[in-house]
Design a protein around this ligand. Structure first.
Ligand code: FAD
Length: 401
């Protein structure tokens, strides 16, 4: 739909399409049914060079930009949302924060782990701190040459399969003074006190676990702390800047799902006959298809534009939020319309539509809800901070987004 893709990008997209339409599609329903993390997808994507594409060449990656990653995620998500999410989380989110702000040692560690198949987990949300992430209570207390972490996170994607964890915590010095929010790196099974408590039974996206993760007197050396460029005081804001890439990635999964559903509907409405003619000969069906295609074209344009805005850094905050809001909301509509066009068959578990309808529902929630992202857009447009607390008090850190 977008004409600006050069030859290399078209080749990359076609390569991703071949993998997605082949072995990834073949196992998508089974991954959903068994709720097992698809390590075979991970291996196939690793062999194709789709994991850690955005990691700089100096660390073994390919120095690809966000749009390259978007093309791969989009293709994967057309047939399997989980493969799409794996492509997001091995190219964006935690790994992008580590590559941008981490020490040499931290970058090498993250690059090696991701390129060998690990999907890092990013741990921000807590039971009492969701949209208001700045209300987090997970703390890291400096004790001599260690930090001691205590707290609990939930809805952590990959909890129990991911090894590398990027953990957001409030940092306190030896005297108990609050210093700011930092991100700590810890490896599951190698770090005492990091516990995967339980898995959430989710509505969709069942092939990747969402887990509660606890830190019980978890000791980490200072070298585990990612020092944000503007220091700990601005640590939260800096770390959240990296999250703009994740938002574009999440929006791209929603885009891929809606395109997948639309393509199924397009074929079906030609094949299915009622009243002696294909159902796509009814104007009611034609207009539905036309509206779906408009939503897709607009969503794709917003996603690509947001991805390109991050050419020399992270995607623009407002563009990333706009793209994620529009895509996630319209993807729900398009999948729903596609399901309707299949009639009773759309409601059957034998077709992928019901899986897509469950999977796509997540994207207006995870990674910043559509409501909170509207606050981000409005704040940017108005050039004002928009504190959400009742008395307008801004906590001692940048407001949560
Ligand atoms: C599948 C999935 C995967 C996830 N993965 C991760 C992960 O890997 N790591 C991680 O840290 N987190 C993850 N999350 C958590 C996610 O980021 C949070 O769910 C999200 O930030 C919202 O927080 P909450 O669920 O506590 O909702 P709440 O903050 O309790 O919000 C409830 C409702 O109130 C609305 N609301 C709240 N504040 C405002 C406001 N100021 N203005 C208008 N409306 C408002 C919200 O939009 C929402 O509709 C994931 C969530 C899901 C569903």
């Amino acid at each position: 739909m977008i004409t600006a893709l050069d030859k290399d990008r078209i080749r990359l997209r076609d390569q991703a399409r071949e993998l997605a339409q082949g072995p990834i599609r073949a196992r998508a329903a089974e991954v959903d049914r068994t709720e097992q993390y698809p390590w075979d997808h991970v291996d196939a994507m690793k062999d194709a060079g789709f994991l850690g594409m955005t990691i700089p060449k100096a660390y073994g990656g390919q120095s690809k930009d966000w749009l390259d990653a978007v093309l791969v995620i989009e293709e994967m998500a057309k047939t399997c949302s989980i493969a799409g999410r794996i492509a997001v989380e091995t190219n964006m989110g935690a790994v992008s924060a580590i590559m941008a702000y981490g020490s040499e040692e931290q970058r090498k560690l993250a690059a090696d782990m991701v390129l060998s198949g690990d999907k890092p987990a990013i741990c921000i949300t807590e039971p009492d701190a969701g949209s208001d992430a700045s209300g987090m209570t997970t703390r890291a207390d400096k004790r001599g040459n260690r930090y001691v972490l205590n707290g609990k996170k939930h809805w952590i994607t990959g909890g129990g399969v991911s090894r590398l964890h990027l953990i957001f915590a409030k940092i306190f010095d030896e005297q108990g003074n609050f210093e700011g929010v930092g991100g700590f790196l810890a490896i599951r099974d190698e770090t005492q006190g990091l516990e995967i408590v339980k898995r959430e039974p989710t509505m969709g996206l069942r092939g990747i676990p969402e887990a509660e993760v606890a830190f019980n007197d978890m000791e980490l050396p200072p070298s585990a702390l990612i020092m944000p460029p503007r220091g700990l005081k601005k640590g939260f804001a800096d770390l959240m800047t990296a999250y703009n890439s994740q938002r574009v990635g999440a929006g791209t999964v929603a885009l891929g799902i809606m395109e997948g559903a639309y393509e199924l509907a397009l074929d079906w409405t030609e094949e299915r006959e009622q009243f002696g003619r294909p159902i796509n000969e009814f104007q009611g069906v034609q207009w539905r298809l036309a509206d779906m295609s408009i939503r897709i074209a607009a969503a794709q344009a917003l996603i690509y534009k947001a991805a390109e805005s991050g050419k020399d850094g992270f995607p623009d905050k407002i563009m990333a939020a706009q793209a994620k809001i529009y895509t996630s909301e319209n993807a729900i509509q398009v999948v729903n319309e596609a399901l309707q066009l299949f009639g009773a068959r759309g409601y059957s578990r034998n077709l992928p539509l019901e899986r897509m309808a469950r999977d796509v529902r997540m994207f207006t929630i995870g990674g910043g809800t559509a409501e909170v992202l509207r606050n981000v857009v409005a704040s940017g447009l108005l050039g004002k901070k928009l504190p959400q607390t009742r008395d307008g008090y801004m906590p001692k850190m940048e407001a949560a987004e």
